[in-house]
Design a protein around this ligand. Structure first.
Ligand code: APR
Ligand code: ZN
Length: 375
């Protein structure tokens, strides 16, 4: 057994920004108190990983092991871990749930604050790293670091899931899909018969569309500058499409005309401050709600005229779809198993782990929705 021993395994190491990931042999130390070592089985690529690789993320500390949309099996547990045992199927969570902090105790938020500071610095809650490579310490990332065959996470950053669920599909619930789906159901609280518009039809936007459909929305307008996204978006519930490139007036004017005054709910799933403004201003006067789901680059600012809010529009945001992670991820897995939630349809590419850089290339090209890597 490997319990209590250092494990040598493959990982993709980001030695610095603006360079491909390097496939290396790394050493993974055993889990300390309240930590769990996980054998990662599958991981999807997300734009947040690519953003950190680009060097623009102020929280990125190199060298590090990226990856946060993963799933796996518990290999061993540290002292004091009671919730997990070797063999459990799990999903690492970049937003933990400690159940003790003021955020966890508040019903309106999922932003557990317990390990926020150390996670942001790329270390475990005790301030140290479990990874070394070529004699150097390697940083953790988002409390997950799933671009390694084995990783160590805090026990508050792990959800135990149904062992029957296919790990190479449910890994998507660790980030993008849960985020979009929850943005519609938890943050916006989309109502039956309502009209919705979604900017950006990547995995996040498609998951929003599916959430709007589940909530009984009547019109679901998909907005994307890449019209090849429209066909797939029908599967997720979009009923109409607008490509801003087909119009020479501002997209908000196009939508307000199309919907007799504006939408009940709008969602920005791109991470661009201009489309965030357009999404807010496309809301109906008096009651329209706009949710920011996309992550803008560090330092960016949003703007609009205050009149937009004075006249009843509401501007909100969401992180991980508002789901309290430990409580909700196992339930989302059950919803997928019960065929109430689509996951397979998001996966446009599946590659072996070694092809991780090729996977990021596909993600950049734009016709792909999600790339899943298998170890
Ligand atoms: N107007 C309309 N659509 C746009 C625009 C624009 N100005 N710019 C980009 N898009 C479209 C792209 O064509 C693409 O289909 O937005 C979509 C974004 O999808 P992905 O790049 O696949 O991103 P996704 O994984 O869905 O994540 C979206 O959420 O988690 C964050 O960092 C992530 O900010 C990103 C966002
Ligand atoms: Zn907490």
């Amino acid at each position: 057994s490997t319990t209590g021993k250092v494990i040598k395994c493959r990982a993709a190491v980001a030695w610095g920004s603006k360079q491909p990931l390097a496939l290396e042999e790394v050493e993974v130390a055993p889990p300390k108190a309240h930590e769990v070592r996980v054998k990662v089985v599958a991981v999807a690529l997300c734009h947040t990983d690519a953003y950190t690789m680009s060097g623009l993320d102020p929280e990125g500390s190199f060298p590090c092991i990226l990856g946060h949309e993963g799933s796996g099996i518990v290999e061993s547990i540290g002292e004091g871990v009671t919730e997990f045992k070797p063999g459990d199927h799990v999903i690492p969570l970049y937003i933990p749930q400690c159940r003790e902090c003021k955020f966890c105790k508040h019903p309106s938020t999922n932003l557990c604050g317990k390990i926020r500071a150390t996670q942001g610095k790329g270390v475990m809650p005790d301030g140290t790293s479990r990874f070394t490579c070529r004699g150097q310490l390697i940083s953790h990332f988002m409390g997950c670091s799933t671009f390694s065959e084995y990783t160590v996470v805090a026990d508050i950053s792990l959800a135990k899931i149904d062992p029957v669920a296919p790990l190479d599909k449910v890994c998507l619930l660790a980030c993008g899909v849960s985020t979009g789906y929850g943005a519609a159901l938890n943050t916006a609280n989309v109502t039956p018969g309502s009209s919705c518009a979604i900017w950006g039809l990547g995995a996040v936007g498609l998951a929003v569309a599916f959430g709007c459909k589940q909530a009984g929305a009547n019109r679901i307008i998909g907005i994307d500058i890449n019209s090849t996204k429209f066909e797939l978006a029908k599967t997720f519930g979009c009923t109409e499409f607008v490509n801003p490139k087909d119009h020479d007036k501002p997209i908000q004017e196009v939508l307000i005309e199309l919907t007799d005054g504006g939408l009940d709910f709008t969602f920005e799933c791109i991470g661009d401050v201009n489309t965030m403004r357009a999404a807010l201003e496309s809301c109906h006067k008096g009651w329209g709600t706009s949710v920011i789901v996309g992550v803008a680059a560090a330092g960016q600012e949003i703007s609009t005229r205050p009149f937009q809010l004075v006249t009843g529009r509401v501007w909100k945001g969401t992180a991980f779809g508002g789901w309290k992670s430990k409580d909700s991820v196992p339930q989302l897995v059950q919803d997928y198993m019960a065929k109430k939630l689509l996951l397979d349809e998001f996966i446009t590419h599946t590659l072996p782990f070694e092809k991780i850089n090729e996977g990021f290339e596909l993600l950049r090209l734009g016709d792909c929705v999600r790339v899943v890597l298998k170890y």
